[in-house]
Design a protein around this ligand. Structure first.
Ligand code: C2E
Ligand code: CA
Ligand code: CA
Ligand code: CA
Length: 287
């Protein structure tokens, strides 16, 4: 079957719903795009739920395609992973984020922005050079290691001893590791014993509808139960939590009642350019 993707890519989908042919063409295009510097990093603020202050950012990659406009990561990260191009693309995001976070630290001082996070694919963690590239990005930018957060998903963490070794090395370097999309995997809880996480990010699927109390509260109750279990576990293990995908003030209230102090989502702040973050930090410093 032939489908028109969101970004205008024609996708050939097999029985499993997987794009088959698209990623071959996409692979060549991604290679060209890397050579042409078509990738940009935007930053979504991570915000204190009590004061609305920005305490961190998550870097999110965008592709500024010459004819298709801005393409989101959902339309090219899977192909970048399959073709291995995620390794040079991820290196770009890493270096750019470290450089930018160091510039913010320089401009706004140590209390303005505590940390900058970025997403790391399993494929990157498998790359034997990954740990030394992180060390080099920190050294070249001057960003202190404790200000960098690397976000990994549960499925990436479960990829075997090589990945596990890399994660422990990063942890020993003082870099903070966040478990992304927490609660969506199959072994979230047992995973935390083996994984040197500093942060868990409660997945958006547990935030969606968490505020609903319409006389049919079963679904909201289930989400609240997960959200509550996650924060109790995080407290017990001494981990920070970030609730993801917050889209309404009612969700903020519900999450605060459960004990969440940090959040991320369109209601709080959308992903923005580095200049947008600079303006936010400047305004924040003025009050
Ligand atoms: P993620 O790591 O879970 O990032 C959060 C995604 O949720 C972002 O989508 C963000 O724009 C979106 N989001 C934030 N708040 C809200 C909200 O309130 N409502 C809704 N509906 N969405 C919200 P984005 O930028 O399209 O990124 C999608 C995924 O692509 C990311 O999910 C991450 O897994 C991956 N990704 C993005 N940048 C990179 C990168 O540099 N490297 C790698 N390996 N993966 C990346
Ligand atoms: Ca993430
Ligand atoms: Ca996430
Ligand atoms: Ca996700």
């Amino acid at each position: 079957a032939k489908q028109q993707g969101k970004a205008g890519f024609v996708r050939y989908v097999d029985g499993m719903g997987e794009p088959v042919l698209a990623h071959m063409q996409l692979g060549a295009e991604l290679r060209r795009a890397l050579d042409n510097d078509e990738f940009r990093v935007v930053y979504q603020p991570i915000v204190r739920l009590d004061s609305n202050r920005v305490i961190g950012v998550e870097a999110l990659v965008r592709w500024h395609h010459p004819s298709r406009g801005v393409v989101g990561p959902g339309d090219f990260i899977p192909a970048a992973e399959r073709t291995g191009l995620i390794v040079p693309l991820g290196r770009f995001v890493l270096r750019e984020t470290c450089r930018q976070a160091a510039a913010w630290l320089d401009e706004f001082g140590p209390d303005a922005l505590k940390e900058a996070g970025l997403n790391v694919s399993a494929r990157q963690l498998h790359d034997p050079d990954f740990v030394s590239e992180v060390a080099k990005a920190l050294a070249d930018s001057g960003l202190p290691c404790e200000r960098l957060v690397l976000e990994v998903t549960e499925s990436a963490v479960l990829r075997g001893p090589q990945v596990s070794r890399a994660l422990h090395e990063l942890d020993h370097m003082g870099i903070r590791l966040a478990l992304d999309d927490f609660g969506t995997g199959e072994s979230s809880l047992s995973l935390l014993r083996a994984f040197p996480a500093a942060i868990v990010k409660l997945d958006k699927s547990f935030v969606d509808g968490i505020e609903i109390d319409d006389g049919h509260p079963a679904a909201a109750d289930a989400r609240q139960a997960v959200a509550r279990a996650v924060i109790q576990l995080a407290h017990a293990l001494g981990l920070d939590t970030v609730a993801e995908g917050i889209e309404s003030p009612e969700q903020v209230t519900a999450l605060r009642e459960l004990g969440y102090t940090l959040g991320q989502g369109f209601h709080l702040a959308e992903p923005m350019t580095a200049d947008g973050v600079s303006r936010l930090l400047a305004r924040q410093q003025a009050v």
